[in-house]
Design a protein around this ligand. Structure first.
Ligand code: UDP
Ligand code: MG
Length: 319
C-alpha cells in the first residue's frame, strides 16, 4: 500500500448527543488507529454542535483539549442537520471527507472499506444504504419507501431508497457540493445532482446506541416535501393539468346541461350537486394555489439569502 498521508475529515452533526458522544469517539478512534497503521492516514473530526441544550458542547471542548484531531463548530441555535452538514463540508480541509451520524447508526468501521475503494478505483464517492429498516415502525418505513418512489419518478436525480448521509467523498466532489449555495438544502438530492461515480455499500439497519431520535413523523414528512420541492417542479405541472382537466369537465357539463334544458325544460333542481361541484372546484383551486404557494415560499427564502447557520464558537479556521 502506498504511503499517501491523506487527511480524512470526518463531519459529525450533533444535536443533544451527550449520551452517545463518548461511545462514538471511542469507536471512531479505534478506526483511526487501524487506518493510520494501515494507510498512514490522518483524521480531522469536525463536530457540529447544532444548538444542543445538553452537555454536547462541553464534551466537545473537553475532547478538543485532549485530542488535537477534534475540532468543533457550535451554532447559535438549532439550524438542523442539513445546515450542520453544510458547515462541516465548508470547514473540512481533508483530501477525503466523511459525513457520519453521532449515534453509531452508521458503522465507523466501514470507513476503511470506503477509503480503500476510493484510492484503488476511480469512484468519487462511497456511500452507504440500509438494506432493511429493522427497528423502525411499519408506517414510517411505508412512507419512506413511498417518498423514494415518488421522488425518483418526478425528479431527474437518482436518489437511492434507503440511502444514508453516511459517505466518503473526494475533495473534488466536496468542492462541487459546497459550490451549491442554495438555502433549502436537501443533501440526498444534492449528492445525486452533482453527479460523479458513487459506489453503494449496503448494510443492515442498526438502532441508535444511546439517546433518542431527533425526528418526529411530521418532521420527516415536512423534510420529504422539502425534498420534492427542491428537486422537482412536477407538482406545478400536476396542478396545471388538474386545472385543464376540470375545465374540460366543466365545458362538457355546460353542453350537457344546455341539451338537457332544451329537451326536458328547466326544473329548478339539482342545487346539492351544484354545491358539491362548487366545493370540489374551489377545493382543487385552493390545492393548486397551495402548491404554487409552496414554491413561492421556497423562492422567498432563497432570495432573502440568509446564512444557513450562525456560528457562536468554533476551533476551526477554514471557510
Ligand atoms: N441532528 C442534527 N440536528 C438536528 C437533528 C439531528 O445535527 O436538528 C443530528 C443528530 O445529532 C444525529 C444525526 O443528525 O447525529 C441524525 O439524527 P437522528 O439520529 O436523530 O436521526 P435518525 O437517525 O433517527 O434519522
Ligand atoms: Mg440516528
Amino acid at each position: 500500500m502506498e504511503n499517501k498521508n491523506d487527511v480524512i475529515s470526518i463531519i459529525v452533526p450533533c444535536h443533544n448527543e451527550q449520551e452517545v458522544l463518548p461511545f462514538f469517539l471511542e469507536e471512531v478512534e479505534k478506526v483511526y488507529h487501524e487506518m493510520h497503521k494501515k494507510y498512514n492516514t490522518e483524521f480531522e473530526y469536525i463536530f457540529i454542535d447544532d444548538g444542543s441544550k445538553d452537555k454536547t458542547l462541553e464534551l466537545l471542548k473537553g475532547y478538543s483539549k485532549e485530542n488535537s484531531r477534534v475540532k468543533y463548530i457550535s451554532f447559535s441555535r438549532n439550524f438542523g442537520k442539513e445546515a450542520g452538514m453544510y458547515a462541516g463540508l465548508q470547514h473540512a480541509t481533508g483530501d477525503y471527507v466523511v459525513i457520519i451520524d453521532a449515534d453509531l447508526q452508521d458503522p465507523p468501521h466501514l470507513m476503511d472499506e470506503m477509503y480503500k475503494t476510493l484510492i484503488e478505483t476511480d469512484y468519487d464517492c462511497v456511500a452507504s444504504c440500509r438494506v432493511d429498516r429493522k427497528g423502525e415502525s411499519k408506517i414510517r418505513s411505508f412512507f419512506a419507501h413511498m417518498f423514494y418512489k415518488v421522488i425518483r419518478k418526478i425528479s431527474k436525480v437518482d436518489i437511492v431508497d434507503g440511502a444514508r448521509d453516511f459517505r466518503m467523498m473526494t475533495r473534488q466532489m466536496v468542492d462541487s457540493i459546497v459550490s451549491l449555495e442554495e438555502y433549502n438544502r436537501f443533501s440526498k438530492g444534492i449528492f445525486a445532482w452533482v453527479g460523479y461515480k458513487t459506489k453503494w455499500i449496503p448494510f443492515e439497519n442498526i438502532n441508535r446506541k444511546a439517546g433518542t431520535t431527533k425526528w418526529s413523523f411530521w418532521g420527516l414528512l415536512l423534510y420529504a416535501i422539502d425534498g420534492i420541492l427542491a428537486f422537482s417542479t412536477a407538482p406545478l405541472a400536476l396542478s396545471a393539468i388538474l386545472g385543464i382537466v376540470l375545465c374540460c369537465v366543466a365545458i362538457i357539463m355546460i353542453f350537457v346541461i344546455i341539451a338537457k334544458t332544451l329537451i326536458f325544460g328547466d326544473k329548478v333542481a339539482g342545487w346539492p350537486s351544484t354545491a358539491c361541484i362548487i366545493c370540489f372546484t374551489s377545493g382543487m383551486s385552493m390545492f393548486c394555489n397551495g402548491i404554487i404557494g409552496l414554491y413561492v415560499s421556497k423562492t422567498y427564502s432563497e432570495v432573502k439569502r440568509r446564512p444557513q447557520y450562525i456560528i457562536k464558537t468554533k476551533n476551526v479556521n477554514k471557510k
